[in-house]
Design a protein around this ligand. Structure first.
Ligand code: AFD
Ligand code: MN
Ligand code: MN
Length: 429
């Protein structure tokens, strides 16, 4: 089931093929002079994949307003179709990361088959105890897993166990837990007691993980709690993961740190102790802005991948990060933003793959500061676009995904098919 006409993709690719061949050959010659094989880099690009969040294909918002876009997905079925478009055109987003209860259905085996028809599988399942659902007996207004009262904690544990069960049916092997728990006033809660409550509840979720599953713990500095957040940083996250056991790992959402934080160093530390769960990619300028990956600071994204490729090259222990996008698209077409982001993430990965690690280690050993730095910069300024385009084309995707998406008129078609849902609310989703 291909949402976009393969004939259209084929004819657009054909029109751009000569220019692509020229650019690819020129880059191949340049890389060969640097001792790099463009063929193996293209294979690397073809093997790369990042998961798309089901909540990312809908228009996001802020706490002030949400401006719904035309033809928005109304349910998980529409979301899968939109994710199918992203995969069909980019060929680098082979899984989706679902969020519950937002994506609830009655038959998960059917949903798994529906996704497979778009060439999609399921990555980590996300639980949601940061908002109340209709008919829910106990409120999460004052927290969930770290709530002061045991029955509310138990309800939140129960929801996470249900997410594991759903994920099992979908073929997922990880549960991502992000809680908004924390306080807005000094004295509101006992900081130690809250963390103890969290650890005790999280241990019950951990105990429910199937043997081959991992639990991804996501830290976030602030929001919705503005005075203290229970899992606010990688320190609290690591304490939690170490307390829970080997199946618990720390998820790094790039937007969840204070401005100017050296995120690549956090990544290095987590890799070093075998506790890096993976990523929620996005970009930010001030806080948890959920901007498109690589749109503000592509060099930082590159530096994160520099650590990842370094870890891969040296065969770091327990290094199997899950790569996911987590963004909110308020002013763009979410499908376009997600395709652009997927391409920027793949770009950073490939650029980091250009670094001559042996030469870099030698420069570091000799304290040749500028030579070492220039090696990173040389990789970063290399335009690997022809490799990314070649990889997409060879896999049946589009040379230029955004141009193909626009030419296909997909959004206009969906606008006609999907009438706007009334009463859309504000909120960052
Ligand atoms: C939050 C977190 C987390 C969560 C999402 C929900 O990044 O990943 O699932 O947003 O919208 O800020
Ligand atoms: Mn996130
Ligand atoms: Mn976030």
């Amino acid at each position: 089931m291909a949402p976009i006409s393969d004939d259209l993709i084929g004819s657009l690719n054909h029109a751009g093929a000569a220019a692509q061949a020229e650019d690819y050959a020129a880059l191949g010659r340049q890389l060969a002079r640097r001792g790099l094989s463009i063929d193996s880099l293209t294979e690397r690009a073809m093997a790369w994949t990042v998961a798309v969040p089901t909540w990312g294909v809908g228009t996001g918002g802020t706490r002030f307003a949400r401006f719904p876009g035309p033809g928005e997905p109304r349910n998980i079925h529409d979301k899968l179709e939109d994710c199918g478009v992203i995969q069909q055109l980019t060929r680098g987003t082979r899984t989706v990361s679902p969020h519950f209860p937002w994506d609830k259905v009655s038959d998960y085996n059917a949903l798994r088959q529906e996704a497979a028809q778009y060439g999609l599988g399921f990555d980590a399942v996300n639980s949601n105890t940061f908002q109340d659902q209709l008919g829910q007996s106990l409120s999460y207004k004052f927290g969930s897993l770290a709530h002061a009262q045991a029955p509310t904690r138990a309800q939140a544990v129960e929801h996470n166990l249900e997410c594991i069960e759903i994920g099992r049916q979908l073929g997922s092997t990880a549960l991502t837990v992000w809680i908004g728990d924390g306080t807005n006033f000094a004295g509101q809660q006992n900081l130690t007691r809250m963390f103890e409550n969290y650890l005790e509840a999280a241990a019950q979720i951990y105990a429910g993980l199937p043997a081959d599953w991992l639990m991804f713990i996501e830290h976030k500095m602030y929001e919705p709690a503005f005075y203290s957040t229970v899992i606010s940083d990688w320190g609290s996250n690591l304490i939690a993961a170490q307390t829970l056991g080997p199946k618990a790992k720390c998820l790094v959402d790039l937007g969840h740190h204070a401005p100017n934080t050296n995120i690549e160093q956090i990544v290095a530390r987590l890799v070093q102790v075998g506790k890096l769960a993976g990523f929620h990619f996005n970009d930010s300028k001030y806080g948890d802005d959920d901007l498109d990956a690589g749109s503000v600071d592509p060099f930082r994204l590159f530096l994160v991948f520099n650590e990842l490729v370094d870890a891969e090259t040296r065969g770091a222990k327990d290094f199997r990060p899950a790569y996911m996008i987590d963004q909110s698209h308020n002013v763009t077409d979410p499908i376009e933003s997600l395709m652009a982001s997927a391409m920027e993430i793949a770009r950073a990965y490939l650029q980091a793959s250009l670094v001559d690690r042996a030469a870099l280690a030698e420069a570091q050993e000799a304290n040749d500061v500028l030579a070492a730095h220039r090696m990173l910069k040389a990789a970063y300024i290399t335009d690997v676009s022809p490799i990314l385009a070649e990889a997409r084309m060879r896999a049946g995707g589009a040379l230029d995904p955004i141009a193909a998406y626009r030419a296909a008129g997909y959004r206009a078609q969906k606008t006609a098919e999907r009438p706007a849902v009334a009463g859309s609310s504000s909120g960052i989703v």
